[in-house]
Design a binder for this molecule. Structure first.
Ligand SMILES: Cc1cc2nc3c(=O)[nH]c(=O)nc-3n(C[C@H](O)[C@H](O)[C@H](O)COP(=O)(O)OP(=O)(O)OC[C@H]3O[C@@H](n4cnc5c(N)ncnc54)[C@H](O)[C@@H]3O)c2cc1C
Length: 345
């Protein structure tokens, strides 16, 4: 395999392009130049799924791989976008605190949960009636800085082509696009997947997410506070407050309802004053079984999909893009749970 066309230059398509370039493949990334997910994302790489106080899927492999992937890219791009993140989860019930208490000593979890003996220690200015716990080893990526750096890098390599994918120019049997012939074409179109003909059975769904941008001299800069939502300090008295999860809302517009919901999130955590200075909306590409979708088309050999990163694209894209590249170049089997084949009856 020598020439690969990737449709979509978000975190999925971008990471895959970097992995393939590393293997001396000629890559072209076609991206329409409008991104409503990887750029909007808060970029948090959090090993926990707090709702059930479980580790995120394959977090013990994904998180260290992602950290070293982004560290290398900081060197390559010559910019900084990664910062360590102290996440403090405020429990919403005795039951939730109980889950943490039990899991903090378990293998796997002890790398990520700080062991607490006194959860009731008061956190100044926070409503912590059920206590709180600190997550270790999390970090966050300044998504806008990262995505600008990624596109600048791919642009300088002559890899990025800013244009809409026109299906009329594409021949899936011959793997030609316009006058160019490719050995493989990979669709990494995020939530726009179903607008293109080939991988509809994966049924990538729209999950709209909105966040508020806040300014405050009082809110904490050193910790990300979390309770049924998150407050992420960006530095210089600026914060992100998120996020909503709105199913099958395809409109990319901010709503008053979301703003009100998000203000309830912060009121559950603290009464410290803040000013809302902005609101953003994005679209997560989500799959019903909550697993990403990787694989090859059953009929059109050489046609691939890498999508469905859902709520955790920044944690999963680095390792999954490596596994996708190995699948394409060496035939290394994919993880069973992500295979596109699961949608084909
Ligand atoms: C509010 C919000 C907060 C989030 N916070 C986090 C977080 O803290 N941590 C985390 O890990 N994840 C977070 N996410 C999720 C994360 O953003 C996604 O998992 C990730 O961005 C998905 O990346 P992607 O590359 O698959 O899709 P996208 O980023 O949507 O990229 C797809 C690309 O394909 C291009 N494209 C589509 N169709 C075409 C076409 N026909 N022709 C040409 N180009 C096309 C688009 O222009 C786009 O650039 C958040 C998401 C939202 C909305």
């Amino acid at each position: 395999m020598k020439n690969v066309l990737i449709i979509g230059g978000g975190i999925a398509g971008g990471s895959l392009a970097l992995q393939l370039i590393e293997q001396n493949i000629n890559v072209t990334v076609l991206d329409r130049g409008q991104n409503y997910s990887s750029v909007i994302a808060s970029g948090m790489v959090n090993p926990m799924v707090f709702r059930r106080m479980n580790l995120s899927w394959r977090a013990t492999e994904m998180l260290p791989y992602a950290r070293s992937f982004y560290n290398d890219l900081e060197q390559k791009f010559g910019i900084e976008f990664l910062a360590d993140l102290k996440i403090r989860r405020f429990f919403s019930s005795d039951q939730e605190r109980g889950y943490w208490e039990k899991k903090q000593h378990q293998s796997g979890y002890n790398d990520f949960l700080t062991v607490h003996s006194d959860f009731h220690k008061q956190v100044p200015n926070a409503k912590s009636e059920f206590g709180s716990g600190l997550v270790k080893s999390a970090f966050w990526i300044r998504s806008e800085v990262f995505m600008t750096g990624l596109h600048d890098y791919l642009g300088k390599q002559g890899v990025l082509n800013t244009a809409f994918f026109n299906e009329n120019l594409f021949n899936a049997s011959k793997l030609t696009y316009g006058s160019e012939k490719y050995d493989a074409v990979v669709f990494c179109c995020g939530s726009a997947n179903n607008k293109i003909s080939f991988f509809e059975p994966a049924n990538i769904q729209y999950n709209r997410g909105q966040i508020l941008e806040l300014e405050s001299k009082e809110l904490p800069e050193g910790e990300s506070w979390n309770r049924k939502g998150f407050l992420l300090p960006l530095g210089s008295n600026k914060f992100k407050l998120g996020a909503t999860y709105e199913w099958n809302e395809p409109e990319l517009s901010v709503t008053t309802e979301a703003r009100e919901k998000l203000e309830v999130v912060i009121q559950r955590i603290t009464d410290l004053p803040y000013k809302v200075v902005g609101q953003q909306v994005g679209m997560r590409p989500t799959v019903v079984d909550r697993r990403p979708v990787l694989g090859m088309h059953p009929k059109h050999k050489g046609l691939f999909i890498f999508n469905g990163l859902g709520t955790k694209g920044y944690m999963m894209a680095p390792l999954l893009s490596k596994e996708m590249a190995d699948f394409m170049l060496k035939g290394t089997p994919l993880h069973k749970e992500v295979e596109y084949a699961r949608f084909i009856k």
